[in-house]
Design a binder for this molecule. Structure first.
Ligand code: PFF
Length: 450
């Protein structure tokens, strides 16, 4: 870890960086996970805690992570090694980068399984299966999909192959162009769906569920989930934003980029929540039904609305694209590490990583059927364990250490150089990153250990 290896690629434009970073942030976490964890944790109060976590923990760490990437100028382990050298800090900081690479591969292993559900639904919607479908049939349809390991493995393979193919082509050529079209597209479709949801009788109930906090429904477990999700949804704590930041030119304001990414990401999650809960309540479905929520509600809505075949198919296409633009970013830190530090060609690097994560993903596939009652961490299935380990432990731990590095190890001069934060915000940001962010993460951690 002593050589100074620098990222040689850079984004074509600054907007390309925003689009790619937003492409990474906006994904299954917004469209699939946020609605279902909100449903499981009772709505409004959870959403409020989540918003606070994004503002006080997620956003500061996001800005810190991009800063580390741009100043470190390389893949996460190398960037941290470079920065530690610059600051004369311990050389062991590179392990923080390694934690990120590992977390990325673990997340990817289950991410492509869920993305696979999206691919399956895209084809079902395309073939007209959802036209006039009842809520009950959708639910049966979903149960039989996840009960069938062969089918799940097939779609998981499809999602992984596409991911590996795109990453092997490099970030710039494929991803950059794709996200520039995908992200506005996703936003337009979401707004159309919001319009549809607003026209249903259940919209008010959905709005109430999301935005009127009932603190009696909030548990400490819920706070932990909200914090973990703030990291997950913004793609922070694992090095994606670091490696993307290493491709960012010096003349762009990192705080401004961070604000945009967090704002768009949060809006997408809230709109997705409003849409999904409108459908849930309109069809008397159960808000806390868990990971199947998105897949058991939207087909019902599409089946009923005029033009539903078109919008439904388009929506699931966008779920897939949003998932893929995130999946790519999960593998990018590890791919660039293998490339920059180990001299392995990108194609070979992504195939190796794809193969390893694909095999691990088969465990997640089985956790929905054959291994349903096999428990790993506590009473969690393999899927739940991987999700818990990465989202609630590895990402927050990564985020905590990144905050510590930027706030305590880097000097004010270095921070000023890199971030160009406007004066009134500079001290505020430093104090949040120095005290509030680490304390919040630690409190939740300790609770978690107890
Ligand atoms: N932010 C993505 C989502 O919300 O779906 C998931 C993710 C992507 C997490 C990339 C972490 C990451 F590095």
């Amino acid at each position: 870890m002593s050589r100074l290896k620098l990222s040689t690629t850079s984004w074509t434009t600054q907007t390309a960086f925003i689009m790619a970073a937003t492409g990474s942030a906006v994904g299954l976490g917004n469209l699939w996970k946020f609605p279902y964890i909100t449903g499981e944790n009772g709505g409004g109060a959870f959403v409020l805690v989540y918003l606070l976590c994004v503002l006080l923990i997620g956003l500061p760490v996001l800005i810190a992570e991009i800063t580390l990437g741009r100043r470190g100028g390389a893949n996460p382990p190398q960037a941290l090694s470079n920065l530690a050298k610059e600051s004369k800090a311990s050389k062991w900081w590179w392990l923080l980068g390694l934690n990120g690479l590992l977390a990325g591969c673990l997340i990817l292993s289950f991410y492509t399984v869920i993305a696979g559900w999206g691919v399956a639904y895209f084809f079902e919607s395309l073939s007209g299966d959802f036209i006039n479908i009842s809520a009950k049939s959708v639910s049966t349809n979903f149960s039989s999909l996840i009960a069938n390991p062969w089918q799940l493995a097939f779609w998981h393979t499809v999602a992984m192959l596409i991911t590996v193919y795109i990453v092997s082509k490099g970030v710039k050529g494929g991803l950059e162009k794709a996200v520039n079209i995908m992200m506005p597209g996703l936003f337009i479709i979401l707004l159309i769906l919001l319009g549809y949801a607003a026209s249903t009788d259940a919209f008010a109930e959905s709005f109430h569920f999301l935005f009127y906090p009932d603190f009696s429904k909030l548990t400490w477990q819920g706070v932990l989930v909200a914090m973990g999700h703030a990291f997950f949804t913004l793609s922070v704590g694992m090095g994606t934003m670091m490696v993307y930041g290493s491709y960012l030119s010096k003349d762009y304001s990192i705080p401004r980029a961070g604000l945009w990414i967090a704002l768009i990401d949060t809006l997408v999650a809230l709109i997705a929540g409003l849409v999904i809960f409108s459908v849930v309540f309109a069809n008397h479905l159960h808000a806390g039904s868990g990971p199947g929520l998105l897949f058991q509600t939207l087909p019902v809505a599409f089946g009923k609305m005029s033009g539903g075949w078109f919008f439904g198919t388009l929506f699931f296409a966008l779920v897939v694209l949003a998932a893929l633009s995130s999946a790519i970013s999960l593998i990018e830190p590890a791919a660039s590490w293998l490339e920059q530090n180990w001299g392995i060609k990108r194609l070979k690097a992504t195939v190796i990583l794809g193969l390893l994560t694909w095999v691990l993903g088969l465990g997640t596939v089985l956790s929905f059927n054959e291994w349903k009652s096999v428990h790993f961490i506590g009473d969690r299935t393999l899927f739940d364990s991987l999700d818990f380990l990465t989202t609630n432990i590895m990402l927050p731990l990564g985020g905590l250490l990144m905050a510590v590095f930027v706030a305590w190890v880097m000097t004010q001069q270095q921070r000023d150089d890199e971030m160009e934060m406007p004066s009134p915000w500079k001290d505020f940001y430093r104090n949040v990153l120095k005290f509030i962010t680490p304390t919040a993460i630690l409190i939740v951690f300790i609770y978690n250990l107890l």
